[in-house]
Design a protein around this ligand. Sequence first.
Ligand SMILES: [Zn+2]
Ligand SMILES: [Zn+2]
Length: 124
Amino acid sequence: MTTEIKNKILSMSREEHKSIRAISKETGMSLGAISNFLRKSEDIVRFVNCLNCGKEIPMRNNGGRTPMYCCSECKYEDYRKTKKRRHVIRVCEHCGCEYKQYSFIKSRFCSRACANKHRYSRIR
Ligand SMILES: [Zn+2]
Ligand SMILES: [Zn+2]
């Protein structure tokens, strides 16, 4: 059963209040498989796929927050793959030069040297 079909069965059964027979007709799944699935998924709102590895994540009622990754490693890996490539242009607060930085890193200086000099000049 694919994630798509599972979600379809859940919404047909709960929102459209269709019978298992009607769902079976529409999805092509057997009556037994559908009733089994519905019994097992009683506390599951819907299914989502991990954005990194595609693994299916059952979503229980958790206040509306969508878990998009199956684990913290996947979240980190996807973050690294997508976010890190995006650069933004920032202006160094010390020397005024423009420099490229990863968008998810908050920085104010083009280099550690500038950061140190800036801190030093403020202390004096
Ligand atoms: Zn994953
Ligand atoms: Zn600088």
